[in-house]
Structures are given as structure tokens and as C-alpha cells.
Design a protein around this ligand. Structure first.
Ligand SMILES: Nc1nc2c(c(=O)[nH]1)N[C@H]1C(S)=C(S)[C@@H](COP(=O)(O)OP(=O)(O)OC[C@H]3O[C@@H](n4cnc5c(=O)[nH]c(N)nc54)[C@H](O)[C@@H]3O)O[C@H]1N2
Ligand SMILES: Nc1nc2c(c(=O)[nH]1)N[C@H]1C(S)=C(S)[C@@H](COP(=O)(O)OP(=O)(O)OC[C@H]3O[C@@H](n4cnc5c(=O)[nH]c(N)nc54)[C@H](O)[C@@H]3O)O[C@H]1N2
Ligand code: SF4
Ligand SMILES: [Mo]
Length: 683
């Protein structure tokens, strides 16, 4: 008799879709979107429609492996779990004895973003040791920290509230690709008369579907925003009643933008002054008006300032007072109200002072900089694939190749990163573990019921750290808590777990009238929207929204620009990948056509490049060989290599992130991989 089990997608994707798995004789035979799910309503996506191919892929790692060839060669031999744990425990003890626990770097992200999988037991384990901490800020915190400087909070609109908007400005997000289940809401608003504007340096799928597409040069939008403020003030399109009551610094802001004319901004961002005028007029006259942003625009040196400035626009027109007005970004923080994070991660287990924190985007530096004290001697990686997904990837490769570095990778597949491990441990998939998934694109926290037993010898992330704690002789009982106990500790105060398991989701609290900040009272020091910010001044940042040209951008360093005249974007561009995930699977990677660089006909012609040619794309960090696609999706001077393909897919074994910039953002701890200059020549 087949059974039906309900679950929730674990991918690092805003949609956190509900799914239904049919199981026969212990084997999952069918996986479909859950029809009654309040967000995805039965639909998944081209990646996860074939999730069973992934779960049952012949390439899954199903037993522990130890390296027998050179690092990176991918030569491994099976080893038992007991032996693997002994090797790891002995080596970690030796590293601690020689250099102290900070020489151990735990490195992970949101490959499985479920609560237990992302933070269930690893924090407890590494805190007990006193290991270094990794700053997980490659995706999202910069947006939140940027917006917080204006509004005192990263909390904005529930994106489903866009249903009530009449003007929707999608600013730096590729909704139809990256957040596809939000698109029906936007279409429904449009059917009711909403105007949809997309602002993006690339003419994306989403831009194709918009009423208006505005294409600034990458990293220059702040100039565009300042000119919009200039026009709003000049043409008296400000909601003065709301602004006087609910903001501070309005007159300073108006003075500050006095010389930010549309003509001045046009020269910086490459958008015609008339377009800026119209955009400002639409923003100042159509209500309710909302902005939708997600992650893409934070990946610049001025990424936090981008979002701090973006958050000024809704305030000036009083947008927050309308249902469907305001700014919608990740809503992950609304789920925090249901989660007692401290009870999961247990910082109190630390033996001493807070250990050093290493930014995940600087992994290459952390592994290779002789000034690291102590150096990183042991690296434990799970839930991510940094050699493909993290900037300045060749520096990471140099680090991973170090003979004196001991690397453990817990994975489902032999990723580029796993190939450099000394020990690879097999990880379960979402079908094999019970967990809870807090979403960041909507407000429903989902239950995931394990549908099948772990395949082979795979184990979950929590089980991995329970085993490691046991092997290392760590005694605190918290290190052996069951998954159920941890869920109870994490959610028990706020969520009825039995109800969550039975229904499949619980909704995070959000204001009932749909308006995130309808009363106009904000959690800043002043209680108002801070157009001028003392907090920023205290951080050494400009108090007022300010455009600073990224060094490696269209108005940056002249010498760099002379040598590398093209700006490289590396967006998520494929329907069948989730970051680097799926690139290796036969029905995903090949279907996406292999790695390519998109460039404008003029940039191609002057380099003697035609469609299909092999080109070398290079800068001081590295060089990557890819096929040319001549396109009008990017403007002259801008090129794009969608990221995610693995080394094996590239003729010379180097991936898009070999080229990208690992400079951190202005604040918020993010990284500027979209401020990357390159040159292209025929290969
Ligand atoms: N199919 C698919 N879906 C995914 C993913 C995937 O890999 N594949 N990844 C998931 C993850 S981890 C995330 S974080 C989300 C990300 O979701 P999004 O933020 O929507 O996606 P990105 O491609 O990172 O960036 C969105 C857009 O920002 C634009 N952008 C970059 N710089 C600038 C700028 O200076 N100004 C403006 N205006 N726009 C700019 C890029 O050109 C890009 O089109 O998607 C998730 N969903
Ligand atoms: N150039 C460029 N680089 C980017 C981006 C970009 O737009 N351009 N986007 C950035 C963004 S927004 C993000 S979020 C990062 C994402 O970077 P990563 O987190 O490295 O993303 P993935 O490639 O999805 O890698 C997740 C890995 O986790 C594994 N995994 C899945 N489930 C589990 C599990 O339960 N346990 C364990 N142990 N492993 C599991 C998967 O097999 C997969 O290999 O990439 C960033 N890098
Ligand atoms: S990857 Fe995203 S869109 Fe696809 S099933 Fe998972 S949550 Fe839904
Ligand atoms: Mo992300």
C-alpha cells in the first residue's frame, strides 16, 4: 500500500514549497507540490520536480570516504563511520592541542535551510570546543542591515501584500526565476491595474514581463534613487503630513539632494534623465506603491547603502500607511518570533570568551593569509559548496590544496569542495530527515516529515555532530539531545509542534491589517524613519544617503578600468539550478547549456567574438574559459556569466567565482561579487 507523506522543500530559496511524497515499500516513487499549501498551491519548480532523481542519483555519496589521491583529484576509498570519526576526533584534538580551538573553522551556509539542518547541533558542538565562528553573511544580512539604518528594522511588507499595490517596483530581484511563486500575486495585482517596473542591469525574465524596464549600470542605483528624491522634493510629490510626523532629517535630505539632478544621475547610472523623471513621478503619484527587492543588489561595495537609501523612498511618499505600500524584502525575520535561537545554538557552552569570527566570503584569505593567528588548520564544511559559490574561488582552491590543512566535508555529492576533503561524510536529503523549515519569502513555517529511511550510511547534520561529539569525548548532555528535543527547545514556547506536524505549517505573526508599519512608528532611536542617521555616523558612514562608486565598477579605479573594461555580473540565471546544486545532474546542468558569457553585440564584435566561440574571461584573480552568447540582455560594457557550474563543466576547470571580488560590503558583512571587472579575448 503506498503511503503519502507531507514535507517542505529545504532549498535556499524564498518559496519553501510544501510537497507530497508517495512512498511504496520504503521507496519514494512520486514527489509533487502540495495542492493545499497556502503559498505554492501545488506547484514546485523545474529543479525540484525532479528531486527524486537527486535523492536516488547513482552519484550520491552513501558511505564515508577517505582521501587516497592528491587533494582535488577526487580519489577516495570507503572507510567505516567508526574509523572516520576516530580519524576526525584524533586530528581535531591534535589541532586544539597544538594551536588552540580557534584553529578549527566550521564552515556552512543554507544548503539545507531547515532549522535543525542549518543550526540544530553544529553550534553546540563547535561552541563546546571554542572553535572559530563563521559569519554567514553571503546572502541577506546586508539588505537587512541596510534597511535597519533607515527604519530601525529589516522587517518590511509580507510580499503577498503586493496584491494590493498599484505600483510595484521590482528593484534588483529576478522574481520569475528566483521567487517564482510570488509571480502570480504580481500578475493578480496587475490584472487589477498595477503597473510593474523592473530595475536591473540585466534584462531578465522578469524584466521581459514588466510594463517598464529600467537598466542602470551595476552598482550605480543609489545615484538614481537620489535623483528620484530630488524630483520628488522639487515637484512637491512628498507626503508632507506623513513625513513631518514620522521621519527625521527631511530638510537635511532635501538640501543634500539639491544638486542630484536627473541629468547628473543619468551620467552615472546610464539611465536617461527623462526616465528618472517619470519613475519619480510615478513613485510620487501612484498609490499604493511598493518596492520588491531580494538579494541581488546587495552584492556591491555599497550594498548596504543601496538598501538604506531604497528604504527612504517609501517614507517620502507616505507609502507605509497604505495597504500594499512600502518595501518587501526577505521576511525570514518574522519567523524569529517563533524561534528561540539561543536555546538551539547555546552560546553558553563556550568555554571562554567569544572566539574570533571569520567572514565566510573571505574563505580564501582565511586559508592562505600568513597573518592568520592561529592559522586555520582544520576546516569542517557542510551545507555549502564554497569552491563554486564563494568569491575569489581560486584563492580558496589554493587554501584547500594546503597539505597541512585537515578538511572534512559532509555532503550528498562529491562537489568541487568535497574533492579537496581528507574525509567526506555522507549527508541525507530532505526526504530522509524530519525537520522544520522557516521560510524567508513568505510567513508559513513548514513541517518536513521524513518520507524514507536514510539511504546507505547517510546521516543528517544534527546526527553528524552528535556522533562527532561522542567520538571526541565531549560530555555535555546537550550534545546528545534528540532532534525532537531540540525542536521542543527551539519552538516549544511559541508553536504547538503536534499541530504543526498535523497541519504542515504555522504562520509567523504579521499585522492583521496587512500594513507592516501602518501606524508610522518605527523601532529606531527616534521612533521615526531616519532619513539622517546618527547610528551611521557613529559607524563612520555618511549620515545621509550617499552614492559612493564601487572601486571595481563603472566609475571606480581608472587603472583597473583601463585594464579590465567590462563589468562582470554572475547572477542566478537558470531555472534548473539552485546555486551550484543540480549542475551535476544529467537532466539539469546539460539542459542549461553549459557555462557561457553573455555580451552585447558591440562588445563582441570589437573583440572578434561571435556566438558559440570559446572566450577567455580574465582579471587579476583568475581566468575562465566559456562559450560566447551574443545578446541584448546586457548593455555595452556589462557582461554576465551565470554562476553555478562546477569545475568539471569548464574547459579549464575554473568557475565563474574564480573572477569575482571578495571585498566586503560597506556594512552588514556581505560581499561585492558583482563589482568585478574583467577583460575578454578569444580563447
Ligand atoms: N532558480 C533559482 N532560484 C533561486 C536560486 C537559484 O540559484 N536558482 N537561488 C536562491 C537564492 S540563494 C537567493 S539569495 C535568491 C536570490 O534572488 P534574487 O535576489 O532575485 O536573485 P539574484 O540573481 O541574486 O539577483 C537579482 C537581480 O539583481 C540584479 N542586480 C545585481 N546588481 C544590481 C544592481 O546594482 N542594481 C540593480 N538594480 N540590480 C542588480 C541582478 O542582475 C539580478 O537579476 O534566489 C533563490 N532562488
Ligand atoms: N558569483 C556568484 N556567487 C554567488 C551568488 C551569485 O549570485 N553569484 N549567490 C550567492 C548566494 S545568494 C548564496 S545563498 C550562496 C549559496 O552557496 P552554497 O550554500 O554553497 O550553495 P549550494 O551550491 O546550493 O550548496 C549547497 C550544498 O549543500 C548541500 N546540501 C544540501 N542539503 C544538505 C544537507 O542536509 N546536509 C549537508 N551536509 N549538505 C547539504 C548540497 O548538496 C550542496 O552541495 O552562493 C553565493 N554565491
Ligand atoms: S527550490 Fe524553491 S521553488 Fe523549487 S520547490 Fe524548492 S522552494 Fe519551491
Ligand atoms: Mo542566497
Amino acid at each position: 500500500m503506498p503511503t503519502v507523506v507531507h514535507g517542505t522543500c529545504h532549498h535556499d530559496c524564498p518559496d519553501s514549497c510544501g510537497w507530497t511524497v508517495t512512498v511504496e515499500d520504503g521507496v519514494a516513487v512520486k514527489l509533487r507540490g502540495r495542492v493545499d499549501h497556502p503559498y505554492n498551491a501545488g506547484e514546485l519548480c523545474p529543479k525540484v520536480n525532479r528531486f527524486l532523481d537527486r535523492v536516488y542519483s547513482p552519484d550520491r555519496i552513501l558511505q564515508p570516504l577517505r582521501r587516497v589521491g592528491p587533494k582535488g583529484s577526487g580519489e577516495f576509498a570507503p572507510i567505516s563511520w567508526d574509523d572516520a570519526l576516530d580519524v576526525i576526533a584524533a586530528r581535531l584534538h591534535a589541532v586544539i592541542a597544538a594551536r588552540g580551538p580557534e584553529a578549527i573553522l566550521p564552515y556552512s551556509d543554507a544548503g539545507n535551510q531547515s532549522l535543525l539542518s542549518m543550526m540544530g547541533m553544529d553550534g553546540r558542538f563547535f561552541h563546546t570546543l571554542g572553535a572559530s565562528r563563521v559569519v554567514r553573511a553571503i546572502c541577506g544580512p546586508t539588505v537587512g542591515h541596510g534597511m535597519r539604518m533607515t527604519n530601525g528594522t529589516g522587517l518590511g511588507l509580507d510580499p503577498l501584500e503586493l496584491r494590493h499595490s498599484k505600483l510595484i517596483v521590482i528593484w534588483g530581484s529576478n522574481t520569475r526565476l528566483t521567487n517564482r511563486h510570488l509571480w502570480p500575486t504580481i500578475e493578480a495585482a496587475r490584472a487589477d491595474g498595477a503597473r510593474v517596473v523592473v530595475i536591473d542591469p540585466i534584462r531578465t525574465l522578469t524584466a521581459d514581463a514588466a510594463d517598464e524596464f529600467v537598466q542602470p549600470l551595476p552598482g550605480t542605483d543609489i545615484a538614481l534613487m537620489l535623483a528620484m528624491v530630488h524630483v520628488l522634493a522639487r515637484d512637491e510629490l512628498i507626503d508632507r503630513t506623513w513625513v513631518d510626523a514620522h521621519t527625521v532629517g527631511f530638510s537635511e535630505l532635501v538640501d543634500h539632494v539639491a544638486d542630484w539632478t536627473p541629468a547628473r544621475a543619468a551620467a552615472i547610472c546610464g539611465v536617461e534623465a527623462a526616465v528618472i523623471e517619470r519613475l519619480a513621478h510615478d513613485w510620487g503619484t501612484i498609490r499604493p506603491a511598493a518596492i520588491r527587492t531580494l538579494i541581488g543588489a546587495e552584492h556591491h561595495e555599497n550594498g548596504a547603502m543601496f538598501h538604506r537609501t531604497l528604504a527612504v523612498l517609501p517614507a517620502l511618499v507616505g507609502a507605509w500607511q497604505d495597504r500594499g505600500g512600502g518595501l518587501a524584502r526577505s521576511v525570514g525575520s518574522y519567523h524569529d518570533a517563533l524561534i528561540d535561537e539561543g536555546a538551539i545554538t547555546r552560546l553558553d557552552l563556550l568555554p571562554g570568551a567569544l572566539p574570533r569570527a571569520i567572514n565566510m566570503s573571505r574563505l580564501g584569505e582565511a586559508l592562505t593569509d600568513p597573518a592568520m593567528d592561529p592559522p586555520v588548520d582544520a576546516l569542517v564544511v557542510w551545507n555549502c559548496n564554497p569552491l563554486v559559490t564563494t568569491p575569489n574561488a581560486e584563492l580558496i582552491r589554493t587554501g584547500l590544496a594546503r597539505d597541512d590543512l585537515f578538511t572534512v566535508v559532509h555532503e550528498q555529492f562529491l562537489t568541487d569542495t568535497a574533492r579537496y576533503a581528507d574525509i567526506v561524510l555522507p549527508a541525507t536529503t530532505q526526504l530522509e530527515t524530519t525537520d522544520v523549515v522557516p521560510a524567508w519569502g513568505h510567513l508559513w513555517m513548514g513541517w518536513n516529515q521524513a518520507a524514507i529511511e536514510p539511504l546507505g550510511e547517510a546521516c543528517s547534520n544534527t546526527e553528524l555532530f552528535r556522533r562527532l561529539a561522542g567520538a571526541m569525548g565531549l560530555q555535555d548532555p546537550a550534545l546528545q539531545d534528540s532532534d525532537e528535543a531540540i525542536l521542543q527547545q527551539a519552538l516549544g514556547q511559541h508553536v504547538d509542534l503536534d499541530e504543526l506536524r498535523r497541519v504542515g505549517w504555522v504562520k509567523a505573526p504579521y499585522p492583521e491589517d496587512g500594513r507592516a508599519w501602518g501606524a508610522g512608528v518605527f523601532p529606531t532611536a527616534s521612533g521615526k524613519v531616519e532619513l539622517v542617521s546618527e547610528r551611521l555616523a557613529a559607524m563612520g558612514q555618511p549620515m545621509l544617503p550617499t552614492f559612493v562608486a564601487p572601486r571595481e565598477g563603472p566609475h571606480g579605479d581608472a587603472d583597473l578600468r583601463g585594464r579590465f573594461p567590462l563589468q562582470l555580473m554572475t547572477p542566478k540565471h537558470h531555472t534548473r539550478f539552485l546555486n551550484s546544486g543540480y549542475a551535476q545532474l544529467p537532466k539539469h546542468g546539460p539542459a542549461e547549456g553549459g557555462p557561457f558569457v553573455e555580451l552585447d553585440p558591440a562588445d563582441a564584435t570589437c573583440r572578434g567574438l561571435a556566438d558559440g566561440d570559446l572566450a577567455r574571461v580574465w582579471n587579476d584573480r583568475g581566468s575562465v574559459t566559456v562559450r560566447v552568447r551574443v545578446t541584448d540582455r546586457v548593455r555595452p560594457g556589462v557582461v554576465a556569466i551565470p554562476f553555478g557550474w562546477w569545475s568539471a563543466h569548464h574547459p579549464d576547470g575554473r568557475v565563474a567565482n574564480a573572477l569575482t571580488n571578495d571585498t566586503l560590503t560597506d556594512w552588514g558583512g556581505g560581499v561585492a561579487f558583482s563589482d568585478t571587472l574583467v577583460q575578454i579575448t578569444k580563447a
